[in-house]
Design a protein around this ligand. Sequence first.
Ligand code: C5P
Length: 229
Amino acid sequence: MKCCTIIPAGGIGKRFGSDIPKQFAEINSIPVLIHTLRIFEDIDDVEAIVLSVHNEWFTYTKELLKKYDIKKVAEIVIGGVQRQDSVRHALKTKTVESAEIVLVHDAVRPFVSKKLVQSIIDTAEEAGAVIPAVMPKETIKERSHKGMVVKTIDRSKLCLVQTPQGYWQDIIQNAYTQAAKVNFSGTDSASLVEFIGYKITIIDGEDTNIKITDPLDLKIGKMILDDIS
Ligand code: C5P
């Protein structure tokens, strides 16, 4: 198989302040997770999707896939305590093991364009590891625990990293295996690929490819969705 996408959807949304994890919140009456899955359903190079979900949301997720006629989800695994664990569980599936290229995309980024996903696949094919990122617009400062400014950081050297991230299968498998051996953790897959010393290409991300993190993002998300659809 050319390409499969892991979608970690195993978070329980502590920052979201609701009983419903943010991937199941609705925008225009459709769950965020379904918006996300529909993007990958429509990309021919993505032949299968592996979802990681919390065990309490497993049955509900299966019902949603049926209701919205999502066809490419080949396997659903139970997520872990951290996002990294949820991705690691998905990496052990037969579906991922048979893919040349593995994408990892947050369930809570429902507005990524198909063009960006395709660019990630094409660049991953050549380079082995690729991530999308945007430049910071604000001034960035390091702060102390007491809320005081330590220093101003040169923002021209920084970027804000998004998903989907794309890797040759052997690279991402190796990164997660090596990280697990020494309990190294990171907030994205690229941190683990950096950890094994592989060079990662950066391509332009999209301002509209936001991560739904708090209730305000749902309102912003509705505006983005109404604009792009
Ligand atoms: O919490 P955060 O915003 O970093 O979550 C990013 C993605 O990782 C979300 O789609 C969330 O559901 C997923 N996640 C997961 N397993 C966890 C924590 C987060 O699959 N234990």
